[in-house]
Design a protein around this ligand. Structure first.
Ligand code: HEC
Length: 92
């Protein structure tokens, strides 16, 4: 009986720590953050049809962030800028 109790406690610890580990991983969720934050006013196509260098994406994201009711945090803007700079970059 004592052993069973210990096992369920161990399972709970693993469950909890794996949840914490995955939520602290922004890079994996970058696409989701982008899709959630950048689709509220216009379609995602506005961004996905564009090709910009990192500096231009930074300017665009900051401009979108500054719009009324955009609801984009500094942290999210950073994640989105990195994601777009990597995924939709100019072919030189
Ligand atoms: C609060 C509403 C709003 C949100 C949220 C928003 N946009 Fe926009 N976006 C606009 C409006 C309005 C325009 C057209 C006018 C303009 O360009 O400022 C636009 C235009 C654009 C354009 C075309 C103009 C350009 O500079 O290339 C791109 C690309 C774009 N948005 C990307 C994004 C991205 C990426 C996000 C998420 C970080 C985002 N938008 C979030 C309102 C929004």
């Amino acid at each position: 009986m004592k052993k069973l109790w210990f096992l369920s406690l161990a399972a709970m610890v693993i469950f909890l720590t794996s949840g914490i580990a995955s939520s602290g991983e922004p890079a994996k969720n970058a696409k989701e953050v982008f899709e959630k934050r950048c689709s509220t006013c216009h379609g995602l196509g506005r961004a996905t049809s564009a090709k910009k260098d990192p500096d231009e994406w930074n300017k665009t994201v900051q401009r979108m962030k500054a719009k009324k009711n955009a609801n984009i945090t500094d942290e999210e803007a950073k994640i989105i800028t990195e994601y777009l700079s990597e995924t939709y970059k100019k072919e030189k």
